[in-house]
Design a protein. Sequence first.
Lengths: 308, 288
Amino acid sequence: MTQQAVPRQMEGALSVAGRIGGRDRAKYLFIAPAVIWILLITIFPLLYAARTSFYAFRSGRMLRYVGLDNFRRLLEDEALHDDLVRTLIYVAVVVSVEMVLGFSLALLFNRQIRGIGSLRTIMTLPLFASPIALGYLGQTIFYEIDGPMNQLIRSLGGNGIPWLSHPTWAFVAIMIVDIWQWTPFVFLVALAGLQGLPQDVIEAAEVDGASGWQRLFSVTLPLMTPILWLILLLRTIDAFKVVDIVISMTLGGPGRATELYGFYVFRTARRFFNYGEAAAQGFLLLFIVMLLVTLLWQRIRAIYEPER
Amino acid sequence: MASYVARIQRRPTRLLGDLFVIFMLVIVLIWAVFPLYWGFINSIKFPADVYGSKWIPVLQFEPTLKHWRDLLSQREVQNAVKNSVIISVGAGVVALILGTLAAYALARFRFSHPTNGNLTTWFLSQRVLPPVIFVTPYYLLAREFNLLDSVWALVILNATFNLPFPVIILSQMFREIPREIEEAAEVDGASRLQVFSRIAVPLVAPGLVVSFIIVMAFSWNEYIFAATISLKESIPVPVVIAGAESTRGIDYQLVGVRTTLALLPPAIMALLAQRYIIRGLSLGAVKG
């Protein structure tokens, strides 16, 4: 014990000095495990998938090198194009609805009321709900004969809606599930953002006689812009990734009305065992997501900048 | 003073406004809880009570645990619950170990190539990768390395994809610890590792708990990798639900009991950990 005490003391003094210069070796020991882990578990498999995408597969076995054939098929596959367009519509609709609804609710509840804490607590529940379970639950909630959704509509005097048998309504139904699950996310992040705004600026605007709408558009919104862009980015990426709800609620049907792109890729791999094509399709999705991140990153990096 | 007068003058509309807020509060609460409640009450109903609007157990219908007993007595389901627990807890532990170390490095040391900002972005970018693009390589690699049908493969994958949560939550919390506390300990002769493990880590304990819960909850729900890797012995809860014939169609009680089994544990975890959850999910953008 006593033998170690002296070197340790020196190490301590050294490390304080080393830290300022940024020459500290210990820092690599802290960061290396996670970096190596990610290289091994995500970067290496991605490279492996890149190689796979140049091969033809039959019933799960690698057949032969086919060059860019799998990528060429991306351009020719009309079913894939339909699914891509459908996914874009899906993403555009669910993300806009979630943003507008979530932010409006955050503005509405951004005030001193009793019970706001428990509201926030309860609103985290949907975020942690298993999408697979939600899909099956959705089948019963949207059940056309006597599911609670149609019971509610009928009790309000409407006719029941063919939720899962009509192509358009089935598409609406899976969008409702997404909106149910993720509007709370927009709400909670926006509310936390609103509560973190500098209160003196907003109060100053109030004292200066700015109306509620003026305060919203000329003070609150500009201050919230980076956070809203971040929410938009996270929601858009996640909406592109949706697979589970389609699998459990509609399996892409009726017909192909609810076939989203992620589901298409998943099925190419898991149902048809066409790993080469699935890898190529996956890279198209990765490309779209990366494009979005690159486009939006400039707008949100301000959030992380002060930390650096 | 001016705002006080303005407030008095606005009083009638304020009352209406408050009523509207309360009304919306009720709507929003029902909205958030309804699907979970619907699944739950169906799981404790006798078949005769399924139809008609019966919403309150005991008062409107007699609850039963029959479906729960039936479900939990199936060997397949017991095994799935066991696997899900191993996967969630295992992924939580692994993500927390890797994440805490990395978070401390990002918060306390300065890196130049790549910079701390680059590294943080790189860690966060794991959150962006669509899992479905990994279905092919993970299946083929697992087949090659004899990791098909292994719960440990699923532990590893879930830990990896949820790593951004501990990294972002904890690196922000480490930064909030006053540097002087650690420097004082170093001057007193504590080693780098001792400062980290005896001083810094205990100070971020709440962040550790929340990170652990977030990783556990999302690992519990994960389906795509589970469906890719698990064949028989390693099947977790979401896959067993998706595979069950009885979940398809409209057998309300069976759907209710199976989905509730999947939905309940993460819901309880969400209720337990409130602080920092929003900070973690928003990748540190807000201090919720």
